[in-house]
Design a protein around this ligand. Sequence first.
Ligand code: C5P
Length: 223
Amino acid sequence: MTAPVITVDGPSGSGKGTVSRLVAERLGWHWLDSGALYRLVALAALRRGTDPADVQALATLARNLDVRFEVDDSGDPVILLDGERVGGELRTEQTGDAASRVAAHQAVRDALLERQRAFCRPPGLVADGRDMGTVVFAQAPLKVFLTASCEERAKRRYKQLKEQGLSANLHALSEELAERDRRDAERRVAPLKPADDAVVVDSTQMDIDAVLEQVLRLARERG
Ligand code: C5P
C-alpha cells in the first residue's frame, strides 16, 4: 500500500457511505465508494443490453468501464459514466439489487480490483464497501465493520431515498435490503463479513456524529 487506508465495510444502509465520506473529509484523505463501481457495471450492462448471465461480457464491461469520480462546486461527489453524469438512477434499490447480482461473479470482482487499489494515494484513503478489509485492502491498519439492525437500516435507506426525491416503500425496502444482504453474505466470493481484525461498530442506537467520532478516535489510536 502506498498510503494509509481505513476500510469501512458493512451491510446496506449501515451508514458506511456517509461515515466514510465524512471521515475522508475530516482527514483530508481520498474516498472510495466501491459499491458505486458495482452499481455502474450493473447500470452500464442494463443500458447496453448485456446479458446478465454472460459473465465474460460483464467482466469486459467492468474492465473497460469509462468512469470518472469528481466533485462539484459545492463539494458533492459527481460520477460520470461514458462522460455523462449519472444521477438518481445509480442509487435506486433496483440498481443496488442488479449490482449485487453482478458482484457475485469472481471475474467481475477481479476486473475491478486494480481500479479500486488505484484509489490508494497519499495522504490516505477511506474505502467503503463489503470486502475492503477482507480482500481489496487486507493490509489496512484500521478496519471498521459498521452494522445496525435491519429495521433501522431500512428506515435510514428510506429517508435517504426520499431526500433524493426517489420513491420508496418502507416495507418493500426492508425486504429488498434483507434479500440483498443475504445474497452478499452467502456468496462464494468475497462474502460480506467482518475481517478477523475489524472493529465491529453497531450503530443502531448511534447517530452519524457519534459514529464519525468513534472512527476518528480509532484512527488517532492506530495512527
Ligand atoms: O454499497 P452499495 O449498496 O452501493 O453496493 C451495491 C452492491 O454492490 C452491494 O449489495 C454488493 O453486492 C456490491 N458490493 C460488493 N463489494 C463491494 C461493494 C459493493 O460486492 N466492495
